[in-house]
Each structure stands twice: as structure tokens, then as C-alpha cells.
Design a protein around this ligand. Structure first.
Ligand SMILES: [Zn+2]
Length: 252
């Protein structure tokens, strides 16, 4: 099902706040630091670009603020299965092209990319030392040459934290027969969901995923992804089971 514009905006706002909040703390920015965020759905031939950096805060002010502009027209059009990166990092296992299993994963990955720019570009303004040699003063970052070592380091950190870790779910150990039955397939669960669990810090480890019988049936019949089922997660005081529905999440 295609997400509505409202749903994309809601999710993008939520994820932007979470990723920026996390990065801000990690890189030593003041917690009160605000980011100007624009979320667009502007149709363009290239599918629409997003960008991150810093911008002037109002016409009469020369104060620069962290700024991120997201364009998710291609998500609206259902074109979210491949998140492209620039050539020089395209084959990097951690920060390269990403095949997405959900539109949320595409949005989350894009936001990690752009927040990495925001953090890098904002550092000189706020006296945080991430990129001391960086002197560019501008609104946006559109030049592929700007995707240098510092940006890559920040992006790698955010990608690993919010996106890539879920790949390990593809390699979870064989489930115990009596508890889970036969393991039907390796799955990646919805990244937006898993990401939000981790971000809230409610769980220590997302461990195993068991598709529901209905999901297995759909998988066999229609080849649909098995991202509907039960997720077993570990907490410090024991195991909790969570029901994961496709784009409809509920704790049980
Ligand atoms: Zn970029």
C-alpha cells in the first residue's frame, strides 16, 4: 500500500527529530539546538533531492541554523526500493547503496545521510570540533565533493546505529524447534519500527523474528515480504514478545 503524504510527513518528522536528537548528543551539541526542517513532495525529473547543512535564520539575521530539506516525492510515487549514494561510496557495505524493504527504511536512510551533513556543517558555527578544516559558508550542500571523510564518518555512525544493525536479523541463529517451529525464512523487519524501539531504549536486543502463519501463507502465495509476525526482544528483566504488523505496530 502506498503511504499517504500525511503519513510520510509524520514519519519523516518523527525520524528527523530522533536522528538529529541522537546525533546532537553524540557530537556534543547543546541539547536545545534546533534544526529548521522542510519536508517536501515536489515532483522533479530526478525524483527530487534532499539536502542538509545550514541556512540563514530569517532575512534580517546573519545567524546560521542547522537546516535540512527533505524531498520524498519518489516515496510518494512508490520509488523507494533503492536508496542511491554517490559513486565514491556506492559500494561501501555500510554507507553505500541500500536496497530497502520498506518506504520507512528509505526515509530513515535518507535522513541519516542528511543529518550527517547537518552535523558536519553546523560544527564550526557552534564551536564543536568535527571538521576544523571545513570552511564552506552556504545554504546547501549539493557538491558530491563535499561527501568527504568527515561526512562519511558521521554517516557511517548513524547508518550503523539506525539502519544497518537490522541486517543482522537476517542471520539470527536457528530458532529452537519447540519454541518457534521451523524457521521459514530470514527477514528484515520494518526498520522504522525496530529503529523506534532502539531509540526509545526499551529493549537491549532485538533477537528473533517469527512470521505469523498468515504472513507465511502470503509469502508462499504471493512472494510478499515476511514482515508481519512476532518479534522476540530481550530486556534486562526478561523476554517480551511484540506483535509486528505491516505498517501497523502494536505492543502486546
Ligand atoms: Zn549528501
Amino acid at each position: 500500500m502506498q503511504p499517504t503524504e500525511q503519513r510520510i510527513r509524520q514519519y519523516a518528522k518523527f525520524v528527523s527529530d530522533e536522528v538529529f536528537g541522537f546525533a546532537k548528543a553524540e557530537y556534543g551539541f547543546d541539547e536545545s539546538l534546533q534544526m529548521i526542517l522542510e519536508i517536501k513532495m515536489v515532483p522533479r525529473l530526478d525524483g527530487g533531492r534532499s539536502c542538509g547543512g545550514r541556512t540563514q535564520h530569517g532575512a534580517r539575521s546573519d545567524e546560521l541554523k542547522p537546516y535540512m530539506s527533505l524531498n520524498f516525492n519518489r516515496v510518494m510515487c512508490g520509488n523507494w526500493s533503492l536508496r542511491n549514494e554517490y559513486d565514491h561510496v556506492a559500494t561501501d557495505e555500510e554507507i553505500g547503496h541500500r536496497h530497502c524493504l520498506s518506504w520507512e527504511e528509505y526515509v530513515l536512510t535518507t535522513i541519516c545521510h542528511e543529518v550527517a551533513h547537518v552535523i558536519e556543517f553546523s560544527a564550526p558555527i557552534y564551536g564543536v570540533t568535527i571538521n576544523p578544516e571545513f570552511t564552506r559558508w552556504g545554504h546547501l550542500n549539493k557538491n558530491p565533493d563535499d561527501h568527504g571523510a568527515k561526512w562519511q564518518t558521521i554517516y557511517r555512525f548513524l547508518r550503523n546505529h539506525f539502519v544497518n544493525y537490522a541486517d543482522e536479523l537476517l542471520n539470527f541463529p536457528e530458532a529452537e524447534e519447540e519454541e518457534y517451529g521451523e524457521v521459514i525464512g530470514r527477514v528484515r523487519i520494518n526498520h522504522g519500527f525496530a529503529g523506534s524501539l532502539f531509540m526509545k531504549g526499551e529493549f537491549d536486543l532485538v533477537q528473533e523474528f517469527k512470521p505469523t502463519p498468515e504472513a507465511i501463507l502470503n509469502h508462499e502465495k504471493f512472494g510478499l515480504p515476511l514482515n508481519v509476525g512476532f518479534l522476540r526482544v530481550l530486556t534486562s528483566d526478561g523476554v517480551k514478545k511484540i506483535e509486528v504488523k505491516q505498517r501497523d505496530y502494536q505492543l502486546i
